[in-house]
Design a protein around this ligand. Structure first.
Ligand code: 9Z3
Length: 344
């Protein structure tokens, strides 16, 4: 692909100048082909599809990358939500940061619940034989069987398609391409943008080729702003989709105003605000108020669970269960409304 040259004075990228100057990831064509066939299959089957983005993006500081900036996210929100979307009947494209949590395997994360800890060796009583069996610790069996059964059935049904990104550049190229492919699904596609995306990046043209050397005192790096890609996503790439973005803040006073500002700026359907420290127990839905009951024209709904809450099976409740139930309801209501309007 021919690259436009970057004006060294230029520091504000539009989506157009970004994609005209930054190179696509090498696996992009392959990823596009896989998403294209997934989207066509789901359309033919009449299924709703959700694109879940999950995990943090990196910003490399060198071309031969040794150092990079990272964005906070383990991928819990995305991986957990993907499971509940599957349960709600959606086909899921799970676009995640390489090595971040994934649906199903997240229950057995190497750091919080390493699988080797609940496997036991059953030695063969025949001492002359060295064939031993592996068994699951009895107290872990029920949960593992449940997770494994769902995982196998999802795999068999082809309802889950996984894509990987590492850098913010990978993420931007993939999001554009995937949303363009999914636009064939019209209103049945939901975007659930839970990945933690860097606001700043270092354009390729400004990156040092080799490892930045120390010894010259402090390091000053000037980064450019990542283009606001929600705007072209909403207006151009997938104009019919139902688009939900997340807003992360650490100052509670900023959460609702910033979520509201994002909604107004991009004109999409919903912003889910979450505070870093309370994100597992509390989120706020900020959307346009169609009933007109709020003076501001904005509807603000808090969704909360108690940290001690348990689900129907007596396990720790996950707020994503309620987030996804509410979204599935809103998505369907929006489809029905538009259908109704087209008859009027
Ligand atoms: C989120 O706010 C996610 O809910 C979290 C999930 C990253 C907090 P974990 O993976 O965390 O469960 O540990 N994602 C969006 C973050 C983000 O970058 N939003 C941008 C912003 O706030 C807008 S796209 O400006």
């Amino acid at each position: 692909m021919a690259m436009a040259t970057l004006d060294p004075e230029q520091s504000l990228f539009s989506a157009g100048s970004y994609f005209g100057t930054q190179p696509p990831p090498p696996t992009l064509d392959q990823d596009i082909a896989s998403v294209r066939s997934f989207a066509h299959r789901q359309r033919d089957l009449g299924r709703k599809v959700v694109l879940v983005t999950s995990g943090g993006t990196t910003v490399p500081l060198e071309l031969n990358v040794v150092r990079f900036l990272d964005n906070f996210s383990a991928g819990t929100r995305g991986a957990t939500s993907a499971e509940y979307f599957l349960k709600a009947g959606y086909a899921v494209i799970f676009m995640h940061r390489q090595f971040s949590l994934q649906p199903f395997s997240r229950h057995y994360s190497h750091s919080t619940n390493p699988f080797l800890d609940f496997l036991e060796i059953e030695h063969n009583p025949d001492k002359s034989s060295n064939s031993s069996n592996i068994a699951v610790t009895p107290s872990k069996r029920d949960k593992l069987l449940e997770v494994l059964t769902t995982y196998k059935s999802v795999q068999q049904s082809g309802l889950l398609h996984t894509l990987t990104f590492v850098t913010v550049n990978d993420y931007l190229w993939l999001l554009r391409a995937v949303s363009q492919e999914l636009s064939i699904l019209g209103r049945s596609v939901l975007y659930y943008l839970a990945a933690a995306v860097s606001d700043f990046f270092l354009p390729r043209q400004k990156m040092s080729e080799h490892k930045i050397q120390s010894g010259k005192g402090s390091l000053l790096i000037e980064m450019d702003q990542v283009p606001k890609i929600l705007k072209p996503l909403v207006d151009e790439w997938t104009p019919d989709g139902f688009i939900v973005s997340f807003k992360l803040e650490t100052d509670p006073a900023l959460l609702v105003p910033k979520a509201q500002a994002a909604l107004e700026r991009y004109g999409h359907h919903l912003v889910i605000g979450n505070n870093l420290h309370r994100r597992k127990y509390e989120v706020v839905f900020v959307s346009r108020d169609h009933q007109g009951s709020a003076a501001s024209g904005v509807a603000i709904t808090w969704l909360r669970i108690s940290p001690a809450a348990v689900d129907a099976r007596g396990r720790a409740k996950e707020i994503e269960e309620d987030i996804v139930a509410e979204l599935a309801k809103r998505h369907q209501a929006w489809i029905d409304d538009l259908l109704q309007q087209s008859f009027e």
